[in-house]
Design a binder for this molecule. Structure first.
Ligand SMILES: [Zn+2]
Length: 329
């Protein structure tokens, strides 16, 4: 029986191996556009490190063997490279890698993907429905592209429509390194928020929140809910109201997440406040409640998504906490 193929985002501990294989040219290029060539010439390990947090570097493994890898260049909206092991790599591995990259691109809200190919690799990508694009190509290469909408789930297409209706720039997800968040319907009540509205989370997060709130109370710290689950449609409404108040889209998006990209859609995010603080204002960071969360929230599975100077370029949101676990502990 042959070992199964796995395609997944690379771990940082795999980078030295990947770097060595590329440098020794033990991996052949499934495409040899200029970008991929650059990776090969320079320090590949260093070049690829920056792709790890975005999970835009994929490896294909069969058993213990690394048989190929592919990388997505989010900012250029193109497949940066697709490599196969000279001996073990098969065309079907490259196909699976390209599909993984396409799904990841879609997650960031990209609707088209480009690839720079040469005469060796053009036929392979044409078979995958990549056709002549409009972008300028360097000598000895051709730029192909394809729409990703055919791969999109219905809910993703719904989000694209909502974003277009609001006039939100198509590169929003890429710019902020945020991915589309599916809306959950597996929700339970966590009781009323500070405005008396019933709030909901997924069951696991609700249980963890309840335990965390009680633990804080035991130590004399009161945590209050401002907001929990929100639909993308609700988020659109928030943005529409701000537009009607005459605010610019840039100003709106500096304080509100675009619909579809909010962690609140997952039923895992909580906006918290404390008595005497102002809801969803940075001043929450000065409260005892915030300091308690910084020390203890991790124990309950919650993390601060947008700390000061976060890599998303989102303003500091000390009130926003996200439940990361997939099972209770
Ligand atoms: Zn929030």
């Amino acid at each position: 029986m042959s070992a199964r193929l796995t395609v997944r985002p690379a771990h940082s501990r795999e980078l030295p191996l990947i770097g060595t294989l590329i440098k020794k040219r033990l991996l052949s290029l499934a495409q040899t556009g200029t970008q991929a060539g650059k990776i090969q010439q320079m320090n590949p390990e260093k070049q690829l490190t920056r792709l790890i947090p975005d999970q835009t570097l994929f490896v294909a493994r069969v058993g213990q063997n690394l048989v190929g890898l592919a990388a997505l260049d989010l900012d250029r909206g193109q497949i940066l490279a697709c490599y196969l092991d000279r001996e073990l790599g098969k065309k079907q591995h490259a196909v699976a890698l390209v599909q993984a990259v396409e799904q990841r691109a879609l997650a960031f809200g990209l609707r088209r993907l480009r690839i720079r190919v040469n005469s060796n690799t053009e036929a392979f990508f044409r078979k995958l429905e990549y056709t002549d694009g409009l972008a300028r190509a360097a000598a000895n290469e051709t730029v192909l592209e394809r729409s990703l909408l055919g791969h999109a789930e219905p809910w993703q297409r719904d989000r694209f429509r909502q974003l277009d209706e609001l006039g939100i720039p198509a590169n929003y997800g890429v710019r902020h390194r945020l991915t589309l968040v599916p809306e959950t319907d597996d929700l339970v009540s966590i009781g009323p928020d500070i405005y008396g509205r019933d709030q909901r989370l997924i069951p696991l997060a609700a249980k963890a929140w309840s335990a965390m709130r009680e633990a804080a109370l035991d130590q004399g710290v009161e945590l209050q809910v401002v907001s929990a689950f929100r639909t993308a449609t609700y988020q659109s409404g928030l943005i529409r109201r701000k537009m009607e108040q005459g605010k610019s889209m840039e100003a709106i998006l500096s304080s509100s997440t675009a619909p579809g990209f909010s962690e609140h859609h997952s039923g895992r995010a909580l906006d918290l406040t404390a008595p005497g603080s102002t809801p969803v204002e940075e001043i929450f960071a000065t409260t005892e409640a915030y300091h308690w969360l910084r020390v203890n929230a991790g124990v309950f599975g919650f993390r601060e998504t947008f700390p000061r100077n976060n890599r998303h370029g989102i303003l500091w949101e000390p009130w926003h906490w996200y439940y990361v676990r997939n099972q209770s502990s």
